[in-house]
Design a protein around this ligand. Structure first.
Ligand code: SAH
Length: 221
């Protein structure tokens, strides 16, 4: 008799439960934007964490990645992404590629993401993940992101995923009129705030305090 392999329901759903739990947690934290939720549903977070932390891939916590850095907590990724108010035609600059998790979510919601990371090894791993996931609208660069990316500026949106001591002036310059930047600010880990910075059409800057956060420092070379 010919044996036909039919996947059982449990093998199909393996791992899906954790992802659903993460989505429920995002909703419970107040994120109700359908685009942000479906982008986060479509990016497999387990690809971005170290093997040792695989079983915690969908927990709502930051986790260690190489070079002493961290992959951000899912609810913080959700809030920061929502705060950027992305539209599909937009060009986004991200500072601090890290694992590439946040980059991948931005790539689902915008036309092109330019991302800068200072650690070469982290960037190489993130690039492999982008290729594996066939995310072809991400452009990467190694360097000090606090200086922005002058050749391809201005940007409709800027997201900084490391804490700066103040809003980096060069990033503010490279933000388009009508643009939005989300940036954690603070010198002390226990005392960081997430800011949403808006530049009006006439160039006026307004800032809004979103929440308290804990990010690794933005290191300026
Ligand atoms: N968004 C990442 C979080 C990474 S943590 C994720 O989802 O995984 C912040 C990252 O910012 C680290 O990888 C760190 O190396 C990087 N970083 C810190 N200062 C930087 C700078 N000046 N320029 C570019 N990257 C920087």
């Amino acid at each position: 008799m010919l044996y036909q392999h039919i996947p059982t329901q449990s093998s199909v759903n393996e791992g899906a439960g954790d992802r659903i739990r993460m989505l429920m947690k995002l909703r419970n934290s107040g994120i109700n934007n359908v685009e942000v939720l479906s982008a986060m549903e479509s990016v497999p977070r387990e690809l971005f964490v170290e093997d040792a932390f695989l079983e915690h891939a969908y927990d709502d916590t930051a986790l260690p990645i190489p070079s002493g850095q961290t992959i951000s907590q899912p609810t913080v990724v959700g809030w920061m992404t929502w705060a950027l108010d992305l539209e599909p035609r937009m060009r986004v600059l991200e500072i601090g590629t890290g694992s590439g998790y946040q980059t991948s979510i931005l790539s689902k919601l915008s036309r092109r993401v330019y991302t800068i990371e200072r650690h070469r090894d982290l960037l190489a791993m993130a690039e492999e993940r982008f290729a594996h996931l066939k995310l072809t609208n991400i452009v990467t660069k190694r360097g000090d992101g606090s200086k922005g990316w002058r050749d391809v500026a201005p940007f409709d949106r800027i997201m900084v995923t490391a804490a700066a001591s103040e809003i980096p002036a060069e990033l503010l310059e490279q933000l388009s009129p009508g643009g939005i930047m989300v940036v954690p600010v603070g010198n002390n880990v226990a005392d960081q705030i997430l800011l949403r910075v808006e530049k009006s059409q006439s160039g006026d800057i307004s800032t809004q305090h979103l929440m308290n956060v804990r990010f690794v420092p933005l290191v300026q070379d």
